[in-house]
Design a protein around this ligand. Structure first.
Ligand SMILES: Cc1cc2nc3c(=O)[nH]c(=O)nc-3n(C[C@H](O)[C@H](O)[C@H](O)COP(=O)(O)OP(=O)(O)OC[C@H]3O[C@@H](n4cnc5c(N)ncnc54)[C@H](O)[C@@H]3O)c2cc1C
Length: 446
């Protein structure tokens, strides 16, 4: 007898205030909500980096496959549209001190995963003529505010060289020529990263879909009935019957009961200044810099029709209910103002026009929640903070797994351990909050 099991969504995503990225773009009409019962080969739940990449890859591999992509919100409102927009090709958690043979192999795999994701977007950018306001293969900087940060960048540069990865160390004067501010003690340029306008990027992909791939926005998956012969996803006004489900809901995998006790729900925050005339700040008109310390502050300068702006991203906080309130955004905003003033003292009068937060899902051992999680259900979840590349690659690898396409990327994903269990809730709650606070303190001025 065939058995089935139903997984109900205990909660739905609440992405909160509009991001500055969305506010700067012209308004877009979302695709219609699903209002009937449909039958497809694959339903993808979640239209962030992972879900969109999965749908694109499925269409590449088999153009006859019918696919429905559904998202509870509109494309771009989730984390994939509200991040800092770095597609980073190199792992940043390597240091020369602990760099053994296994670490080298792991780093090469990490680089392959990240570059597969970047190539995925580069191909789409070329095929569809996206300009550099959407996808800019400009490389990125890492910047140091302190001597310790400078030492870290020097060690990181050597490690990258030992991996055969080109990079350029910049002294204070050289990095000031890029950023227009003298606050940074040093910088490191790596050419393989891409900076994107994240909302524009995910919208551009969403607008590519055509039969037999369909996108339904504002269509939450309320439950998934799973059996070996197929699945049914209930939505508020309809349902999707599908042979297979790709769950690309990031931390909301846990809302369906997948990855329970394995996912850490962490939010990070961004603020974007009001526009200023480009001549008011020297340096390049467009650049992106990540911090020398992993828990530090990311900075970008963007230029648009109404002037230039600076983006500040900083602060990580833990929210097991996958929701943050206005007080958390306000507190992070106060920190952003201090970080901005520290970096651009001559421009401290500039006001922040937009502030927002977004959710990420981390695992204890930094692996994705990947592969078959129930009959017919395949997860591409847990972005581990750098979903621009990791979630994209997870989506691609899941699509390949479903159609039986073999690749080195798939091999790497299949070799990942399963996410490790976190300690029981009260310990995880206390531990995660203390750990994030400690690491923010340790990042100091970075
Ligand atoms: C401020 C900020 C800055 C960041 N900067 C960077 C960066 O520079 N580089 C980088 O690599 N990463 C960055 N990140 C992390 C990155 O944004 C995420 O890792 C990435 O977006 C995760 O992509 P995803 O597709 O896995 O998940 P998401 O983008 O979260 O997509 C999941 C989707 O699932 C949908 N969903 C959930 N539940 C349901 C349901 N029941 N029914 C239907 N739909 C559902 C959600 O609405 C959402 O659209 C940043 C994050 C933030 C918040």
């Amino acid at each position: 007898m065939m058995t089935s099991k139903t997984f109900r969504a205990r909660r739905l995503p609440a992405h909160g205030v509009e991001s500055g990225w969305a506010a700067l773009l012209p308004s877009r009409t979302p695709t219609p909500e699903l209002d009937q019962a449909i039958t497809v080969d694959v339903v993808v739940i979640g239209a962030g980096f992972a879900g969109l990449a999965a749908a694109v890859r499925l269409a590449d591999l088999d153009r006859n496959l019918s696919v429905a992509v559904i998202d509870a919100d509109v494309v771009g409102n989730g984390a994939s549209g509200r991040n800092s927009g770095f597609l980073i090709d190199l792992p940043h958690d390597i240091s020369s001190g602990n760099f053994g043979v296994n670490a080298v192999a792991k780093s090469h795999n990490d680089i392959l995963v990240a570059r597969t994701a970047i190539q995925h977007y580069a191909r789409l950018a070329e095929e569809h003529g996206w300009d550099e306001d959407v996808f800019d293969p400009s490389g990125k900087y890492s910047v140091a505010m302190t001597d310790a940060g400078t030492e870290h960048l020097a060690a990181y540069s050597l490690t990258l060289k030992s991996l055969g990865e080109p990079n350029q160390v910049l002294g204070a004067t050289d990095i000031a020529e890029v950023t227009g501010t003298r606050c940074f003690k040093s910088g490191l340029f790596t050419p393989g990263a891409v900076i994107v306008q994240p909302t524009a990027l995910v919208r551009a992909i969403a607008d590519l879909f055509q039969e037999p791939v369909r996108l339904f926005e504002r269509t939450a998956a309320l439950s998934i009935k799973a059996s070996s012969s197929g699945c049914t996803v209930k939505t508020p006004k309809g349902e999707v019957r599908a042979g297979r489900v790709i769950l690309a809901t990031n931390g909301h995998a846990e809302s369906f009961g997948f990855g329970s006790g394995e996912l850490l729900h962490v939010f990070t925050y961004a603020s974007l200044t009001e526009p200023f005339t480009s001549s008011a700040l020297g340096g390049y008109r467009k650049w992106g810099a990540t911090p020398a310390a992993p828990m530090g502050t990311t900075v970008r300068r963007i230029n648009g029709a109404d002037g230039d702006r600076i983006l500040i991203r900083s602060r990580y906080t833990y929210h097991p209910k996958i929701e943050v309130g206005a007080a958390s955004i306000k507190s992070a905003g106060d920190l952003h103002d201090r970080k901005f003033a520290d970096r651009f003292p001559d421009h401290r009068h500039l006001k922040m026009q937009y502030r927002w937060a977004g959710a990420m899902a981390l695992t204890r051992n930094s692996v994705p929640l990947f592969g078959q999680v129930a009959d017919g259900i395949f997860a591409a979840c847990a972005c581990n903070g750098i979903g621009g590349t990791k979630s994209t690659a997870a989506g691609i690898a899941t699509a390949e797994l479903l159609v039986g396409h073999r690749s080195k990327l798939g091999e790497i994903f299949r070799s990942f351990e399963k996410p490790q269990a976190l300690p029981p809730r009260p310990f995880t709650d206390v531990g995660a909050r203390l750990n994030l606070k400690f690491r923010e303190w340790r990042a100091g001025r970075e």
